[in-house]
Design a binder for this molecule. Structure first.
Ligand code: FAD
Ligand code: NAI
Length: 475
């Protein structure tokens, strides 16, 4: 006999599990179906983000940053350590423990909010009177009916044509987070977010890292001034980033992998490495959903077609997160999940795409919200810019981390903040102030007039806002 629910969520990543919790909070009878398995075959809620994305990558970034500090920066503080050693299996084990804490935390939240969890693959069977039938294929078969369905099936790593991931030598994000020993030579294709974060982890641990990027510009979506500053820092760290390359044949060898490519000068080059991480973007995932059974419309990239409110082509079926248009970010997926649950309840859920922050967790961190200077120029906007370097910030000096700057872009007439761009220490945390300011349509002067704690990195934000009016106090 089938079990009935008001709302069935397919996918338990940040889009799905948050939608399920919000729908339950609003009084609906909710089920969430997720198929992710941990190493023992048990459930592992949290999707890509928790299992092979945001959380494990940040755990490894933290461990490798500690190692880098111990090796290169402790001495500046008068601390001598002798030879610093890295036990990679312990580092990876710690990362796995952090992942499990998050998996278990979501199971606890489901119990707390009375969300019924089904472990297995959810697929559409057919439309029924007032809803849809969903088959769950897991350790136990279940047939569910739901009045409203939220699809949050996420995305998968894009492979290069003819070069499948074996997760031993040719790695997606999954294998990249499970490397068991420091590779002597590591090659990456794609200097986007994953390429830079994963490249940083293994460079800090001692790998000779080369990143091959197809585009001639470095981090094209980032404000040019910020990207330039970041590139300088990465060059200094020994991350080799080759822009404007054309990747050719990739062959597995006895020792690892060999990548043939043409460099920006048109020369044929061969790069031999122990491992290759392919980080060239992600594709929406609808594998096994049986979307065709109910006529759910997909676009040419395989993403589920949705309108601005996340409504699909079918009544009562919604889709959120990486499986739909827009940035592939966990917090974007979460916001869409909340908004959809609220819309189902007749409320006015809203996601402001103009204030979705981006963060790249390298060292220095890169974070931004709103428009870049090149975007403003391209649309002919009249704007004012103000920057403040961390070199002139007391807290940054005390931390010993003075790379980078905060940059404000504001409307030339109204002074409304149009974009804030940061490269430097704790940019991931500093950007929150800019997001709040932009949500409240603040002017640069508003931030400049707010009292910021001293000494703090956030004073650089205040000073950059002052710089818009050419009146910095400490530079
Ligand atoms: P997912 O997290 O992919 O979850 C989808 C879930 O649905 C999975 O558990 C999957 O198993 C399940 N599923 C799929 N099909 C079915 C089915 N038919 N039945 C049942 N279950 C199904 N974003 C950030 O904002 N910050 C970061 O720092 C960050 N770091 C990242 C690092 C890496 C290495 C990667 C790869 C990504 C990172 N991201 C980051 C992106 C982020 O992980 C995604 O944007 C986010 O996970 C998308 O959430 P989602 O719920 O849409 O999908
Ligand atoms: P990406 O889109 O960030 O970068 C891919 C890069 O690969 C681009 O620079 C692109 O020009 C390049 N590229 C594509 N095809 C190529 C080819 N054939 N040869 C050479 N270069 C090629 O994608 P990435 O790094 O795989 O990450 C996927 C997504 O995951 C990100 O866009 C982001 O949405 C999310 N993510 C977010 C993180 C965060 O918020 N901190 C961390 C990691 C991932």
């Amino acid at each position: 006999m089938s079990q009935s629910f008001d709302v069935i969520v397919i996918g338990g990543g940040p889009g799905g599990y948050i939608a399920a919790i919000r729908a339950a909070q609003l009084g609906f009878k909710v089920a969430c179906v997720d198929e992710w398995k941990n190493a023992a075959g048990g459930p592992a809620l949290g999707g890509t983000c928790t299992n092979v994305g945001c959380i494990p990558s940040k755990a490894l970034l933290q461990s490798s940053e500690h190692f880098d500090h111990a090796n290169h920066h402790f001495a500046d503080h008068g601390i001598s350590t002798g030879t610093v050693k890295m036990d990679v299996s312990k580092m990876v084990g710690r990362k796995d423990a952090v992942v499990k804490q998050n998996n278990d935390g979501i199971q606890y939240l489901f119990k707390k909010n009375k969300v019924t969890f089904f472990h297995g693959r959810g697929s559409f069977v057919k439309a029924v009177d007032g809803g849809y039938e969903i088959q769950v294929a897991g350790t136990k078969e279940d047939l569910l009916t739901g009045k409203q369905i939220i699809v949050a099936t996420g995305s998968n790593a894009r492979a290069l044509p003819g070069v499948p991931f074996d997760e031993e030598t040719v790695l997606s994000n999954d294998g990249a987070l499970r490397i068991g020993a420091v590779p002597k030579k590591l090659a990456l294709i794609g200097s986007g977010v994953i390429g830079l974060e994963m490249g940083s982890v293994w460079r800090r641990l001692g790998s000779d890292v080369t990143i091959l990027e197809g585009l001639p510009t470095f981090l094209g979506a980032v404000d040019e001034q910020i990207a330039k500053e970041a590139k300088k820092a990465f060059d200094k760290q020994g991350l080799k980033i080759e822009l404007g390359v054309k990747v050719g044949d990739i062959k597995l060898t006895k020792k690892g992998v060999s990548v043939a490519y043409t460099n920006a000068k048109g020369e044929a080059v061969k790069l031999d490495a122990d491992k290759l991480i392919v980080s060239i973007g992600r594709v929406p995932n609808t594998i096994g959903l049986n979307a065709e059974a109910v006529g759910l419309q997909l676009d040419e990239r395989g993403a589920i077609v949705v309108d601005a409110e996340c409504k699909t082509s079918l009544p009562g079926v919604w889709a959120v997160g990486d499986v739909v248009r827009g940035p592939m970010l966990a917090h974007k997926a979460e916001e869409e999940g909340v908004a959809v649950a609220e819309r189902i309840a007749g409320q006015h859920g809203h996601v402001n795409f103009n204030t979705v922050p981006w963060v790249i967790y390298t060292s220095p961190e890169i974070a931004w919200v709103g428009e870049t200077e090149q975007q403003l120029k391209a649309r002919g906007a009249a704007y004012k810019a103000g920057t403040f370097p961390f070199l002139a910030n007391g807290r940054a000096r005390a931390l010993g981390d003075t790379t980078g700057m905060v940059k404000f872009l504001a409307d030339a007439t109204t002074d409304e903040i149009l974009g804030v761009h940061i490269v430097g220490p704790m940019a991931s945390e500093l950007i929150a102030e800019a997001v709040v300011a932009m949500e409240f349509k603040a002017s640069a002067e508003d931030i400049a007039r707010i009292c910021h704690a001293h000494p703090s990195l956030s004073e650089a934000t205040k000073e950059a806002a002052l710089a818009v009016d050419k009146r910095t106090l400490n530079f």
